[in-house]
Write a protein that binds this ligand. Structure first.
Ligand code: G16
Length: 551
């Protein structure tokens, strides 16, 4: 009887959010992402799945984030967060896709019922949902659709609305809410800021105040997070927000933000024209639209743009942590702890070579935080960053216990252990966070006594180019070998290999984007002219294979 009532109220609620005709949805690299006006039904159905998952997991809190991160303002998206603060378990992505594509309310109800049975979900169990959105103008309407779905479950559902906040804050709150030990931190945005600020103070000790840091907020929700964080740490690290116009229509991610800087390999025009980076020792960083990506940059000799991307962050952080482990006498013998790095095919060849040469093991996985995160969990301390600035550092539970119970034999050892533990509190253990990563970078620079140029001097990036090619059907491009090779269309990989062989130190790969309707082409080579020609040749091959050109 109860179930019949539930399904009937589900039917009436779902009628308000019909699936648009002629669109096929797919749970991609970071959930569903497309034009916002296509998404109300998708958000409604994603919320249904979140409730099923929570019920299946004995009422553990599941997160729902409404964001399209780096995508243009007219887009939006929805993704689900698992109880440990990680991305939705991959085996459930297909269920999200199935619900999203049901053509009618009837088929939605029957798919929902089938899924509940197949997944052994007891619908009478309690559930708990935590949700948030970024600053996109389309957010409130999508939140309405989300609430429409949650309203179906009435009293048996606990709901926390975090309102407008960053993606990493949502992940943190989900993790902290489900943390039975009660040691991870208070499950609120304030709790998160306090936890980070406290760890930052321990790590900085008597260092600072530092020179002000310019922070490009991509005109997105990071501006709000930055202002909150700033209250806690401004006396040590003064932060100057740039591109923080969250209320200006069309401004989000436009000509600014981490994706713009990384892809264009240039300053946001607003920063270039302001001249602020010509000051002595000036450094700046860019967040993306939901503040989970970070890249740094500065002007060499006050003129030349130099990018310090996710690879540069990974290398600096991995070497810093390894040095702390050495100081703590934890790199040899039975107690040895290993630092490893996880990258994707986009990692600059020079960064991989640098890490390999210094004995840091490196694994390559497909694009997407979900893949990097899981691979990083196989190391005692796993440093994972995508070149585009997504990343974090994971400390395994046994590493934390080993650090907590280690007996130092000197003040230096004690200090190193204290700093390693503080790092595990500073760095978001659920997902990469631009703000947490920014504090991490500043801590390492302060400990090393470096400015941006000294950090940059570690290795020289191979010239590289990332292009987008809009094709009629991006799904005809299928990859293998952690996206480094194409398996389909047949024969295309051989042509790419031929193009690569024509340039010195060449490398190139092609993959369909999981967040935008395009194919991405990456190329690197010894010189800029060679990389430009390689990228353009491979793009031409892609267009030809798509039937867009005749030769
Ligand atoms: C998302 C994912 C990232 C990925 C990026 C681009 O980032 O979380 O792991 O690198 O999309 O993916 P693709 O090349 O498949 O479009 P964000 O910042 O947009 O959430």
């Amino acid at each position: 009887h109860q179930h019949a009532e539930l399904l009937s109220s589900l039917g009436s609620a779902a009628d308000k959010y019909p699936k648009p005709e002629g669109v096929v949805f797919s749970y991609g690299t970071a959930g569903f992402r497309t034009l916002a006006n296509r998404l109300p039904s998708v958000v409604f159905r994603a919320a249904l799945l979140a409730v099923l998952r929570s019920k299946r997991l004995e009422g553990a809190a599941i997160g729902i984030m409404i964001t399209a991160s780096h995508n243009p303002e007219p887009d939006n998206g929805v993704k689900l967060v698992d109880p440990a603060g990680e991305m939705l378990d991959q085996s459930w992505e297909a269920h999200a896709t199935a619900l999203a594509n049901c053509p009618s309310t009837d088929s939605l109800i029957s798919t929902f019922t089938t899924l509940a049975a197949h997944l052994h979900v007891d619908l009478s169990k309690p559930a708990s949902i935590i949700y948030a959105r970024d600053t996109r103008p389309s957010g409130p309407a999508l939140i309405e659709a989300l609430r429409g779905a949650l309203s179906v479950f009435k009293g048996n559902l606990k709901v926390v609305d975090l309102d407008v906040t960053t993606t990493p804050v949502l992940h943190y709150v989900v993790k902290a809410t489900n943390d039975k030990s009660g040691t991870y931190g208070a499950p609120t945005e304030d709790g998160y800021m306090e936890k980070m600020a406290e760890a930052f103070k321990v790590l900085m000790g008597s260092r600072g105040p530092l020179q002000p840091l310019f922070v490009d907020c991509a005109n997105g929700v990071g501006a709000l997070g930055l202002a909150k964080l700033s209250k806690h740490i401004a006396s040590t690290l003064p932060l100057t927000p740039l591109n923080d116009a969250i209320g200006t229509a069309g401004a989000l991610n436009s000509q600014c933000g981490a994706d713009f800087v990384k892809t264009k390999q240039a300053l946001p025009p607003s920063i270039a024209s302001s001249g602020i980076l010509a000051q002595d020792g000036a450094r700046a960083c860019s967040l993306d639209g939901d503040a989970d990506r970070l890249v740094y940059y500065y002007l060499q000799d006050k003129k030349k743009f130099r990018l310090l991307d996710g690879d540069k962050i990974a290398v600096m952080v991995a070497m810093f942590i390894r040095d702390l482990l050495k100081k703590a006498k934890l790199v040899e013998g039975d107690d040895a702890l290993e630092v490893g790095a996880v990258q994707t095919a986009y990692a600059n060849g020079s960064s991989t070579k640098y890490l390999n040469a210094r004995g840091v093991p490196v694994r390559c996985v497909p694009t997407g935080v979900k893949y990097l995160h899981h691979a990083a969990q196989n190391f005692d301390i796993g440093v994972y960053f995508e070149a585009n600035g997504h990343g974090t550092v994971l400390f395994s539970p046994s590493t934390i216990s080993a650090l907590q119970s280690a007996t130092p034999h000197s003040p230096d050892e004690a200090n190193a252990i204290k700093n390693l533990l503080a790092l595990s509190n500073l760095i978001n253990q659920a997902v990469g966070d631009a703000l947490s990563d920014m504090l991490l970078v500043e801590v390492v620079l302060a400990h090393r006594g470096w400015g941006a140029p000294e950090w940059d001097a570690g290795y020289e990036d191979l010239p590289n180019r990332l292009l987008k090619v809009e094709v009629p059907d991006r799904m005809m491009f299928q990859t293998t070998d952690a996206e480094r090779k194409l398996s389909h269309p047949a024969g295309l990989q051989d042509l790419i290999d031929d193009a690569v062989r024509k340039v010195d130190m060449g490398r190139s790969f092609v993959r369909p984007s999981g967040t935008e309707d395009c194919v991405r082409v990456y190329a690197e080579a010894k010189t800029s002219p060679e990389v430009e020609s390689l990228a353009s040749n491979v793009s031409d091959l892609v267009k030809h294979a798509s039937g867009m050109t005749s030769q």
